[in-house]
Design a protein around this ligand. Sequence first.
Ligand code: PLP
Length: 466
Amino acid sequence: MKYVSTRGDAPRLGFEDVTLAGLAADGGLYVPEAWPHFSPSEIAALRGLSYADTAVAVMRPFIGSAIDDADLKALCETAYGRFSHAAVTPLKQLDHQQWLLELFHGPTLAFKDVALQLLGLLFERFLAKRDTHLTVIGATSGDTGSAAIDALAGRAKVDIFMLHPLGRVSDVQRRQMTTVLAPNVHNIAIEGSFDDAQALVKAMFADRDFASRFNLSAVNSINWARLMAQIVYYFYAAVRLGAPDREVGFSVPTGNFGDVFAGYVAAKMGLPVAKLIVATNVNDILHRALSAGDYSVGTVSPTAAPSMDIQVSSNFERLLFDLHGRDGVALAAAMHGFEATKRLELAPAMRAAAAGLFASARIDADAMQLAMRWACDRAGEVIDPHTAIGLAAAQSANLPADVPIVTLATAHPAKFADAVERATGIRPSLPARIGGLFDRTERYATLPAEIGAIEAFVAEQAGVAA
Ligand SMILES: *Cc1c(COP(=O)(O)O)cnc(C)c1O
């Protein structure tokens, strides 16, 4: 399998290079040259497989000869062996139609562990063969940071610099990052929003001299290997609910369009997905784009679901690439226009093409709280604010009653205990394995949202531990 950039002007790369590179050299994102396809009988053959075996089967076509079957299976067993539930991503039934897919049983209690535990192992494996030191730079609205830090802390030949918006992540989220004191872990609180942090990361990659001097790499969901690992649980859940003989809908609480893009890939691969419901909070750029063609940047309002407080959704570019007929030159022009004007209009034909698979909803604070209370009172499930946004969108989606709808439960409720308690009166407690978070020492730097200051800090710290 070869990968091409969405902007059509970067070298075609194999899986290993794409994994280590993150962003493409032309500013685009890597996507497979063609979508692999599973026949109904190949999907039926996934019935009864463990999560790790499902992962091997689903990821196989994307990895090709870069890793053989036995090694891939060992990597998946190591990555998913760190999850606290034997099903890795268990399904829970809420009513006759609504289901939850719990993706938060990994070490840092959010769905990002599913991809990043594997990515950490892939980095280690690919770097071991090379004489290179990698500097991973990321921006986090909360959960990516802790999941990436957990996956990379203490690993050889790699430093990780994680930018988070000062004061805009929860205490649990911050402490999950800043109490990891491994010398290759560097946390930076940015005086700005998540979008500012993400823009700084992009600017560092665009600074070619800097990027090549420090061998920058990304673990944000712009990294293809992360999205690939997320495709697996769509198959795992749908097969358990009757695929390939029955269609299944998914509702996905969305920020950077990564998780839901993985669902799109699953559908492209032949999984019978009835609808992908893109659930946003009041930071609704994706809902406006899909419902009205208006992909324009608003100002970010902080909400109780901070991992979705995003106004520029990096991975939307991957969908736009397909909607532009995979014409990288045309998309590069459109994206340069977007970067200059902060707006992009989806042509009616593109909107219509997207509407075949995607629906969307904007869920405000009241609707989110109602969904939390409904889950608690009617199904005995305490859910976090992100999951509640997904559930509220699922309940308003009007899919036929015989189509099960799976809401991706993206975070453990204890990560957002204050918001959960406000809505339900119940204060969820952190699992014992996370306990002690509030007794540990924190370490982080606070820096202005200025590229010069960040680059100077990286230059001073990168590789110091090595
Ligand atoms: C990251 C995150 C999201 C959004 O996922 P994207 O892939 O960025 O769309 C939703 N919920 C939680 C809890 C998250 O951590």
